[in-house]
Design a protein around this ligand. Structure first.
Ligand SMILES: C[S@@+](CC[C@H](N)C(=O)[O-])C[C@H]1O[C@@H](n2cnc3c(N)ncnc32)[C@H](O)[C@@H]1O
Length: 158
């Protein structure tokens, strides 16, 4: 069903898309399920299931070694991107919540990628402003307070 350039994501289309995506592995599935169980009022913030393989694909596509994520929550998208990095790759994960990101830390340990992820608990703009110019950033995922995106962009792109 299309209208102009928009495609309506019907239930049928969404199920088709999920069926043609790689399924979540046990660590990812447990993390999503735990997030919904522990934080039912906020769990809608988790990146959509089909975005995990997309993010991993994009990280691999550009051969990223250094990734920044702004907005980590319980660590689902960071897990997907960290797994797609080479063993010596790094992901700086920015968030302001120790409570939410603790679930991410546990999942990253379980998945064997904790050593690639450097979690910084502070307003993301402070973290980005304190980052050195080198090594450069290959890939960034903005998924936090929408009002901050222009400032994040201006810090990240140079
Ligand atoms: C949409 S959620 C991120 C979801 C995550 N990418 C995932 O896939 O599960 C947004 C996150 O941004 C964080 N956040 C909001 N304002 C922030 C700020 N100024 N600096 C850093 N993180 C912030 C929130 O604590 C929340 O965890």
């Amino acid at each position: 069903m299309t209208k102009g350039n928009d495609t309506t994501i019907t239930d049928e289309l969404y199920q088709y898309m999920l069926a043609h995506n790689p399924p979540l592995d046990p660590v990812q599935r447990e993390l999503v399920d735990t997030t919904y169980a522990q934080f039912p009022d906020h769990a809608g913030m988790v990146s959509a299931e089909e975005q995990a393989p997309l993010l991993a694909f994009l990280v691999r596509l550009v051969g990223a070694r250094h990734v920044v994520e702004v907005g980590t929550f319980t660590g689902f998208s960071a897990l997907a991107m960290a797994r797609a990095l080479p063993a010596d790759g790094t992901l700086i994960a920015c968030d302001i919540s120790e409570e939410w990101t603790a679930y991410g830390r546990a999942a990253w340990e379980k998945a064997g990628v904790a050593d690639r992820i450097d979690l910084r608990i502070a307003p993301a703009l402070d973290t980005l402003r304190a980052m050195p110019a080198e090594p450069h950033i290959d890939f960034a995922y903005l998924d936090a307070d929408k009002g901050g995106y222009i400032a994040y962009w201006e810090e990240l792109v140079p």
